[in-house]
Design a protein around this ligand. Sequence first.
Ligand SMILES: C[S@@+](CC[C@H](N)C(=O)[O-])C[C@H]1O[C@@H](n2cnc3c(N)ncnc32)[C@H](O)[C@@H]1O
Ligand SMILES: [Zn+2]
Length: 285
Amino acid sequence: MLADVIACLVCPVCGSDLALEAAALRCARGHAFDVARQGYVNLLPGRARAGTADTPEMVDARAAFLGAGHYDEILDAVAAVSEVALGEGPAGCVADVGAGTGDYLARVLERSPGRVGLALDLSKHALRRAARAHPRIGAAVCDTWKPLPVRTGAAALVLDVFAPRNAAEFARILGPGGALVVVTPGAEHLRELVDVLGLVTVDERKDERLAGSLGERFTLVDPVPVRVDMSLTHDDVAALVGMGPSSRHVTAMEMAARIGALSEPVGVTAAVTVSLYHPVPQVGA
Ligand SMILES: C[S@@+](CC[C@H](N)C(=O)[O-])C[C@H]1O[C@@H](n2cnc3c(N)ncnc32)[C@H](O)[C@@H]1O
Ligand SMILES: [Zn+2]
């Protein structure tokens, strides 16, 4: 793991600095965390609970779908917004919280050559891929709903792409002048598939709830809508469905039958918003 990435991390038990020793990160008080052969470190204290973490099947489906290039315009929009924010921002790493396969973080790092990236996720299956997604990525298993094992003020940019958001922790890990980039699905996202495949409907009030959940800590600076008209094969649709939790609501056999009945190629809209936020200075901070 890169020294610059380790410098952004802290011990999840006692909050002190970590150093790489043999195949583990260790703090001065002796708490040790193994770096897996695949290059990620597990910084979840105690026994891991999978909870909402993506399964190996979901990660494989996500890797296949992103690898086919269907979301490239979304990846590029995230990288473009991030590049501008980093250009104006302070020193520090790019922390992608709920990073999944690391594709978004890798795209951001490609356009920001001086930066290192921290891929954080509850799924070790996802981080096996994220750790290999770019030479400047370090990957750590942790839970967004717990204190993040990241040094206060160490991040120049926090990325959150379709993943759980912890506004208080995002604000804590951002340095002064840092920024948050969030990607959320819009009401039209995958609309051609929602009814016919029985996917979970995108909550039309999600944007409102997002503003509410970040509102006290962050100010929305610039929301960029991105709309992509995708042309998908049955295999692409299966990967798209398989990478989301919606696939849990219909049996695999029933889902395969519904996908097989679609006329190919399947026209599907991706409609998301890439939003740039700045932290609100906290009184007394
Ligand atoms: C919809 S996926 C998005 C992944 C990636 N950002 C992308 O768009 O390709 C949500 C990700 O959040 C992770 N996740 C879910 N609950 C989490 C939690 N409590 N803490 C950290 N990561 C979590 C999942 O493992 C998954 O990788
Ligand atoms: Zn410690």
